[in-house]
Each structure stands twice: as C-alpha cells, then as structure tokens.
Design a protein around this ligand. Structure first.
Ligand SMILES: *Cc1c(COP(=O)(O)O)cnc(C)c1O
Length: 358
C-alpha cells in the first residue's frame, strides 16, 4: 500500500475559499487589469516564441530588467513562478531536515507550510498583541532557536503592518541566519529592505508581480540578494522552470512602470477611504501599508463566532473577504482587499447592512 510521508499527512493545504460572488476582496489581487497596451504586446510576443525550444534557462533579459528597476546587478536577481516558488527554492537550499525556520506570527502561512513540506522544523514566534515586532524580542527569537532561515513579512500579511529597519538589524545581528524579507506589498508602503542588500549581509528580499503589477495569473516573483544566494538557488531549482511566456510577460510589464505606479496610487487613496469607512462602522482597524486592511467588526469582542457570521453575511450580500478569525492569534478579525471604488463602496454598504441585521 502506498503511504504518504507521516509529517505531510499532518499538514493541511493553504486555500482561500473560491466562492463565486460579484465582489471578490479575499486574495489581495489588484482590482485593475494590466494596461491594454501590455496585453496587446504580450499577444504579439507570444506569436514569436520559438515553441520547439526550451526557454532561456537563466531568463537573462527579465533578470536584467528587474536588476535595472532596483539598481542592482542581474547576478543579484533570481526569478521564479511566483514568490512562492522562490520561497520553496530558498527552503530547498537553506532549510530542510535538521534545520529550523523561524516565522513571526501571525503572518503569511505559506512560509511555514513550505518549510514543513521541505522537511524543516518551524518555530512561530509571537508578535506583540498590536501585531508589531519588538527588535529585542526578534533578537531573542534568533538567539534561542538559531534558525537557518528567518522570514520577515513586511508589510505583513494579514495585518498590513510594516516593520522598520530596526527589526531587520536585530535579525541579522548574529550573521548565521538567512533573513528573508517578503515584500509582496512593499510598493504600497514606505520603506524597502532592498537598500540593505550587500554581498556581505545575510539578507534577501522577495517581490512579486501578483499584487502591484496586476499579474497574479502569470505567476512571476523574484528575489534580490547576494550573488552567493542566487547561485545556490540556481543549483536547487528545476531546469527551465520559468516558461517563455512568463519571462516575456515580465519583460513587457517592466515597460509599464508608470501605469503600475498609478494603480498603486489609486489603491493607496482608496485604502484611506475604506479605513475611515470601517472606523465609522465601529470596527477596529490595523494601520495598513499594503493593499488590504485587517479589521475587527464590533460584534466579535462579545461573541467568538461573531466574525464568522459577519463573513457569511457579507457573502450573502455578494462580497467575499478573507476570514482570518480561525487563525492563531486572530480570533474576531477579517481581512479585506482594497478593490475599485465601486467594489469598496459595495463592501462598506454590505458590512453596514450585515451589522444592522444582528
Ligand atoms: C500574495 C503574497 C505573495 C505572492 O505569492 P506569489 O507566489 O508571488 O503569487 C507572497 N508573499 C506574501 C506575503 C503574499 O501575501
């Protein structure tokens, strides 16, 4: 009889329910499609791909474009199928059996999930009650557990909170831990750890085209870090893992930086509107540096199932948000992705009605 690994059987997959409703604000995608000129250029480029040939194994043009965007060398850039594949490749190279991976909870669940699937031991160190991370506490986590890899999600998902450079300094202090700063939402925030990348510091930064770049369907993410780390990832990853379409999609997207910045600006503007709308409805709101907001509807304090009922009520009104209430440390909290102006208004109206119906 076939038998899956015992440790794997204990794990559950990470899935946001895909409910078919009008207003989908549950997975932090961009509410805007990419610019039409991008779609036209991509269709044309797909027509001239040499389909009988393997793609460029090193994705030279795409890496050069990303390197130029950040003012680093192409040798400092690793590209993959979403930042999720970057995470997996990092953990194949630096995690694995006998090693410890540190996360700061609550945070993005894929770090712990992929670390476990690739055989490492995972330690989830708690953040403060207000979801910030005290540098002294971060340093203590490193000293106590001596992890091979530590993940810092900043701006954090699902809280939207951004950690400062002082936290990063605390994490790299002993020099034996590879510190992975997951910046899937950095464009919506103010500070980036990319400025700290050098050949000598054990810091890498992850970025994705899934959120800011309106390209979740393409699966493209990347890492910026020391050449030594990029080389290790190239050893661990499958050959020809990034197909020709994804490569060219990334190259073409990089020619639309102005439109991308405009989309970010619109989302940040809407975020302020949604935050004040939530406050007016009596919700507790975490200050967000990302394209979503974590909020606690006023019911939840008295009733642990209150947030679940608000979530279901919203679905009945055709609005899907993320129910974080069952996650450790997040009882009572929901997360809403910032949508278009119309979607946000529909969300706030629906929430108002659901809260009135109680
Ligand atoms: C959405 C998200 C990603 C994106 O993963 P991709 O594989 O690039 O789509 C990565 N990290 C965090 C924290 C996220 O929220």
């Amino acid at each position: 009889m076939i038998r899956v690994r015992d440790d794997l059987r204990a794990l559950e997959g990470y899935h946001s329910p895909q409910v078919d409703v009008d207003v989908r604000l549950n997975t932090n995608e961009s509410p805007f499609g990419p610019p039409p000129s991008f779609v036209t250029a991509l269709a044309e480029a797909v027509g001239s791909i040499a389909w009988n040939r393997y793609p460029d194994r090193r994705a030279e043009r795409l890496r050069a474009g990303i390197a130029a965007l950040h003012g680093v060398d192409a040798a400092n850039v690793f590209v993959a199928n979403g930042s999720n594949e970057v995470i997996q490749t990092l953990l194949l190279a630096y995690g694995g059996p006998g090693r410890t991976v540190l996360t700061f909870e609550p945070s993005y669940q894929m770090h712990a999930q992929i670390a476990r699937v690739t055989g490492a031991k995972v330690v989830g160190w708690p953040r403060s009650d207000d979801f910030t991370l005290d540098p002294v506490s971060a340093r203590q986590a490193i000293a106590e557990h001596r992890p091979a890899v530590a993940f810092l999600t900043s701006p954090n998902n699902p809280t939207g909170h951004a950690d400062g450079p002082d936290v990063l300094d605390a994490l790299v202090a002993d020099g034996d831990t590879l510190v992975v700063v997951d910046e899937a939402y950095a464009e919506f925030g103010r500070w980036s750890a990319i400025e700290r990348i050098t050949e000598d510091a054990p810091i890498v930064v992850l970025r994705t085209f899934s959120k800011t770049w309106s390209m979740a369907a393409a699966r493209l993410g990347y890492l910026v870090g020391p050449v030594e780390v990029v080389r290790a990832l190239e050893t661990a990853v499958l050959p020809y893992h990034l197909d020709a379409v994804t490569q060219v999609a990334g190259e073409l997207a990089l020619r639309h930086i102005d439109e991308m910045n405009e989309r970010v600006r619109l989302v940040v503007e809407e975020r302020a509107e949604v935050a004040s709308g939530l406050a007016v409805l009596g919700c507790r709101v975490v200050d967000s540096s990302a394209n979503f907001i974590l909020f606690e509807p006023p019911v939840a304090g008295e009733d642990p199932a209150g947030a679940d009922r608000v979530w279901s009520g919203l679905v009945q009104h055709g609005v899907l948000v993320r129910n974080c209430s069952g996650w450790p440390g997040l009882a009572g909290w929901l997360r809403v992705t910032i949508g278009t102006n119309e979607e946000n208004r529909r969300f706030l109206n629906a929430l108002s009605e659901v809260l009135d119906e109680r």
